[in-house]
Design a protein around this ligand. Structure first.
Ligand SMILES: Cc1ncc(COP(=O)(O)O)c(C=O)c1O
Length: 368
């Protein structure tokens, strides 16, 4: 039997399972015409605080606006600097940039591919206001080490948990560390909406009250605007889809963990390197990224063998055209640059069958 090509991500497989349940809740959103903000967003926020073991959550329009709002609520703006890893999805840097601040990049470690806490100190200046720790590919970053530096220098720590809904750091859910955590519910995320959506969690009541105003045109009372605000609300249909999907997130994350466990233990090709998994990090494997010297040759080989690779991310933030004015150059962050030019994402989603996982493992073990 000819096997169909295995995609890197198959959203259809997930949505087929829950379609009826999601559509049923969509009907209720329609009945109430609660399309922007409203009761479904509030219900999702309540459920998400329970899930993340935090006190407050604010649903917003996407993960990028979550990061922008986090900056604004912390008073970060023009003239300020915010430290973040060079090897993240670019939106982590958009947060500070949209607030008028300057992103300052730091290299990742060569094994976990997370921000290298030891390199943060040398980037701190009198303008530094915060560090954004990214839980890359679903694995929590080295939170204690990053927080320790932030405390020492009296600057904020913010989590970019866009890729890590449900991950645990030393047994505690991400989302409750630092000042705030920003989530993306982009459709391809472990918890992804039927549409664009994002969220912020925090244990600080002052922040949540400010966030609720800012996302809604800067007003708490309709048509009375306390400050320049934004239309960054979450939609009702998106919230409804998230209410349904949150119920399955643990099950889906555990399936991803089981697939990752197989990849980690059964792929034994010395040409393939994987993200190391420290014992304090319980990843939710949003992506399963490997590196190999001949990336193009490896990808051709995967494609010829019915496996679709993907790349996260081919250009590190400091070498993007958008940040050319900051004056970074090739060679500034060797680990991030190596990762960018050698990374290949393997198929990773909860609905991968055992035989598909067998195929990926066998094919990679036969790669020469
Ligand atoms: C690490 C990271 N930060 C931020 C974002 C931005 O989220 P969104 O696409 O919902 O704006 C994403 C998602 O794409 C991401 O992966």
């Amino acid at each position: 039997m000819v096997m169909e090509k295995i995609p890197c991500l198959d959203l259809k497989a997930q949505h087929q399972q829950i379609k009826a349940e999601v559509f049923e809740l969509f009907e209720k959103v329609y009945e109430k015409t609660a399309f922007s903000g409203g009761p479904f967003v509030e219900e999702f926020e309540k459920n998400f605080t329970q899930y993340t073991q935090t006190r407050f959550a604010a649903g917003v329009s996407n993960g990028t606006t979550a990061l922008h709002l986090a900056m604004l609520v912390l008073g970060i703006g023009e003239g300020d600097e915010v430290i973040l890893p060079a090897n993240t999805f670019i939106a982590t840097a958009w947060g500070p940039s949209h607030a008028g601040a300057t992103p300052v990049f730091v290299d990742c470690t060569s094994d976990t591919w997370q921000i290298d806490a030891k390199k943060i100190g040398e980037k701190i200046t009198s303008k530094t206001k915060a560090v954004i720790g990214v839980h890359l590919y679903g694995q929590p970053c080295n939170i204690d080490a990053v927080e320790e530096i932030c405390k020492k220098h009296n600057i904020f720590f913010i989590e970019d948990a866009a890729q890590a809904q449900g991950a645990n750091y030393k047994g505690k859910r991400v989302g409750g560390f630092g000042e705030m955590a920003c989530f993306s519910f982009y459709p391809g995320k472990n918890l992804g909406a039927c549409g664009e959506a994002g969220g912020i969690t925090t244990n600080n009541e002052k922040y949540i009250i400010h966030l609720q105003g800012l996302r809604n045109h800067g007003c708490k009372v309709r048509y009375y605007h306390d400050e320049v605000g934004y239309n960054y609300r979450m939609g009702g249909l998106e919230a409804a889809s998230l209410i349904v999907k949150l119920k399955y997130l643990e099950e889906w994350n555990n399936k991803r963990r089981a697939i990752a466990k197989r990849y980690l233990s059964e792929i034994k090709n010395p040409k393939i390197k994987m993200q190391s998994q420290p014992e304090w990090a319980d990843s939710v494997f949003h992506l399963f990224v490997v590196t190999t010297e001949d990336k193009d040759g490896f990808c051709d080989y995967l494609n010829q063998n019915n496996i679709s690779p993907a790349f996260h991310y081919p250009v590190p933030c400091h070498l993007q055209k958008a940040y050319a004015h900051l004056g970074y150059k090739e060679g500034d962050f060797p680990n991030s640059e190596y990762l960018a030019s050698h990374c290949v994402s393997l198929p990773m989603y909860a609905e991968l069958s055992d035989s598909q996982v067998d195929h990926v493992i066998n094919v990679i073990n036969l790669y020469k």
